[in-house]
Design a protein around this ligand. Sequence first.
Ligand SMILES: Cc1ncc(COP(=O)(O)O)c(C=O)c1O
Length: 477
Amino acid sequence: MNQSPHSPTLASAKVSHSEELGLAASRLSADPRIAEAKELLAAVLKDHSSTIDAVRPPKPELVAQYKAELDRLAVARGGAPYFPYISSGLGNGPFVELGDGSVKLDFIVGIGVHGMGHSHPAMLEATVDAGLEDTVMQGNLQTNSPSLAMCEKLLGLANQSGAKLDHCLLSTSGAMANENALKIAFHNRFPASRVICMDNCFAGRSLALAQLTDRPAYRAGLPKTLDVDFIPMYHPADPIGTTQGAIETLKKLLARHPGEYACIWLELVAGEGGYYPGTKPYFEELCKICHQNNILVIFDEIQTFSRLSQPFAFQHFELDAYADLVTLGKITQVCATLYGDQLKPKGPVLSQTFTGATASIRCGLAVLDALETHECFGANGWNVRRHKYFQGKLEQLAQKYPGKLSGPYGEGMMIAFTPGNGGADEAKDMLMKLYDLGLMGFLAGSNPNRIRFLPPPGITTEKHIDLACGIIEKAIQ
Ligand SMILES: Cc1ncc(COP(=O)(O)O)c(C=O)c1O
């Protein structure tokens, strides 16, 4: 492989050492029996997964046993899962088979995780390769080639339109990626210790991130760990008012706490907040003011990565020049914190035993390759085209059933709508109706409460979107 270290097209399949090194590991991966075994497994998987090709109700004979399993799960995990969902372990594209024999059209995919849908052959192949590697988990002390390939791949993608992110720290959760970003920011801006966030944001479930997250219920009973101040989120219903409101609030905060802010933490499409994208002018003004005041900009791309017209939302909004720290996760199967060399910590503030499972890292690389080969990105890439298609269908439904459904409809492959008047009960009722009819989405936002979808960008087709909209129409009726 003779590519530049940050080449965005670094092939994930080539993560093992080149054969001319004469390694035993190279001979293992080139052994024809491995290729044969992979082919056999892929064929067997296809034979069985291809039978899962439509939404189906539960099989009556499996219902009692499935319910018993769900009851045991509720006891084991200390509460029932949100949906009565236990996968059988097999699916096909966006279709997933559950333990009661039902098949759902999965348009939430573990909140954005299963980007290639279910039981995809590329995931099987990456997992077989991972199984042949010497260790299950990668870590900071002992690392295998796939970790390096993942870091270089992510940096290459992040820097392709002008950002200057030199380093990549892998981690096993979005929360840990955000914790690492905050540590780097505080370490570099010491003694500044305050953070600026947007109203309605969500940053993760650690003690520190509970303070950033604008949901008081998520920090009930938890000690205060950080000083966080909030600015208004952009809203399409009042673009000028919300932009000016955010700028004025930011300026007021900077005057009230001069020199105390280490960073601003931004979601470029509010995720848990309801799938409201901001705009370039909104973010640019905020980022500019922050940079003028020596405040670092952190883009949280844990939900947005891979879902808009570019791999990163900061590229979609042309904010590359402001990307001091970037976090991502979910669809990449392993999470990461990207940062510039000037922010490299001067002490040992960062490390973890686990940086990611070998299977996660290899599958993540395969997902990244597939997103590119399936042409998800670009102004006329599939993410944008599928959004337009989905939005058009939802608009038709909104017209046909006045008062039952309304926009805005999100951005890229982050699709949402408001059911009825957006009341909490109404949204939950609609979500559960969709689930019973075979379509999986999830809630987002509050006041109004919305229904959101994260269709798997690697494999979703217009036919799948038609099916989803047919189910939404049935639920409305
Ligand atoms: C924007 C954002 N940041 C952080 C997180 C936390 O990620 P994780 O649940 O992997 O810790 C999430 C999870 O939904 C998220 O949407």
